[in-house]
Write a protein that binds this ligand. Structure first.
Ligand code: NAD
Ligand code: TDX
Length: 338
């Protein structure tokens, strides 16, 4: 079986590519290699007889058409993914996260034999007040340009499914964490800052809740989904949530504890504008199909923190240059003003 995976050099995509290769798939990975990619994430796949890497853009229709030829499955993980960057530069989010998805839909609609799975996010629902959980049919209320671009992509998926009778599976996932995640994201950033003994910039009051899923558990969820991909026309949404909802301050404190660093490094800074207070997915449907997350948050966090401690050098390239400039733009004034 052949899969076209997009965004395979990013965080989740790299775990997925490795999982698919282990399961016997032939995998083509289409990745533009943006700032967020780290080819080292897939170093062990290089040279694998069933793996092929193609550098390119999901907005390139001719390329996408060519790569879809002969693919049984397309898994879209290519995206601009960082909420804070979407506040600084929204245009590229519209291009990749919306136009890119339309390009994939356009290429896939002529190929009924190719199953399309698109990765979306719990952020399309906006903040979910406690003790609520968003079910698959909950209304969209995105808060950030990132979340709006993901919601817009989903609307295009819906339009293509209705118009052309396509069957598309949409995965909406909670926050994923684990090895290979870009250092701009909360857990890797706070881990690297704690390791360096530098202030850890906590947005606002730090009482926001995020639902955390270990990357390996995401891959297991995907395996369950791929066992039975619905062929009926329509959008088939699947919620993947761990149910483990933790306030950011508590996560930051756990990181300090794991690295034996003082909690005083946790530094409240100006909040993210439009910051959602809480995400919570109702993933009972997927659980009814037999999936359960296996790695409790504390255990997964310890493994993740240990991974960054041991692989910090691998991220040195990412953490220099572009990231240094971004860090200054995003946090310079915030940290100076605290
Ligand atoms: P990431 O930022 O780590 O990686 C994204 C990858 O996509 C990079 O390798 C990048 O080079 C590639 N890419 C970007 N633009 C591209 C383009 N135009 N053409 C081809 N490749 C391109 O992302 P991630 O955190 O692994 O997220 C993957 C997907 O999962 C995204 O759709 C994201 O919205 C979704 N998601 C992520 C999380 C999370 O917690 N990380 C949670 C829910 C949903
Ligand atoms: O410096 C920081 N300080 C801080 O307090 C950063 C980077 C984050 N935070 C907070 C904001 C969030 O409440 O930590 C929480 C997690 O932040 P991010 O890692 O930026 O993730 P989030 O905004 O929740 O979005 C993530 O999960 C859903 C992914 O980046 C998205 O791609 C995914 O769709």
């Amino acid at each position: 079986m052949r899969a076209l995976v997009t965004g395979g050099c990013g965080f989740i995509g790299s775990h997925v590519v490795r999982g698919l290769l282990a399961d016997g798939w032939e995998v083509t990975n289409l990745d533009k290699l943006t700032y967020a990619a780290n080819p080292a994430n897939l170093a062990e796949a290089e040279g694998h007889p069933r793996y092929r890497f193609v550098q390119g853009d999901i907005c390139d229709l001719a390329l996408v058409r060519e790569l879809m030829d002969g693919a049984d499955l397309v898994l879209n993980f290519a995206a601009e993914t960082h909420v804070d960057r979407s506040l600084l530069e929204p245009g590229v989010f519209v291009r990749t996260d919306v136009e890119g998805v339309v390009t994939l839909l356009e290429a896939a609609r002529a190929r009924p034999g190719t199953a399309l799975v698109h990765m979306s996010t719990d952020e399309v629902f906006g903040s979910i007040p406690a003790p609520g959980e968003a079910a698959e049919d909950a209304p969209f209320a995105p808060s950030s340009p990132y979340a709006a671009s993901k919601a817009a992509a989903e609307l295009m998926v819906r339009a293509y499914a209705e118009t052309y009778g396509m069957a598309v599976t949409v995965l909406r996932c909670c926050n994923v964490y684990g090895p290979n995640q870009h250092v701009e994201k909360f857990i890797p950033l706070f881990t690297m800052r704690a390791l360096a003994g530098e202030p850890m910039p906590l947005y606002g009051d730090g009482m926001q809740e995020r639902e955390w899923l270990y990357a390996g558990d995401f891959v297991e969820a995907l395996r369950v989904v791929l066992r039975e991909l619905p062929a009926e026309p329509g959008v088939h949404a699947v919620h993947i949530g761990s149910g483990e909802r933790v306030r950011n301050r508590e996560t930051a404190e756990l990181i300090c504890e794991l690295l034996e660093r003082p909690r005083e490094l946790i530094t409240p800074v100006a909040d993210r504008p439009g910051h959602d207070r809480r995400y919570a997915l109702d993933s009972s449907r997927l659980r009814a199909r037999g999936w359960r997350p296996r790695v409790p948050f504390r255990e997964g966090l310890a493994a993740t923190v240990a991974w960054y401690r041991d692989h910090g050098a691998a991220w040195a390239q990412t953490a220099s240059g572009e990231f240094a400039r971004y860090f200054e733009r995003q946090y310079g004034e915030r940290l100076a003003r605290r």
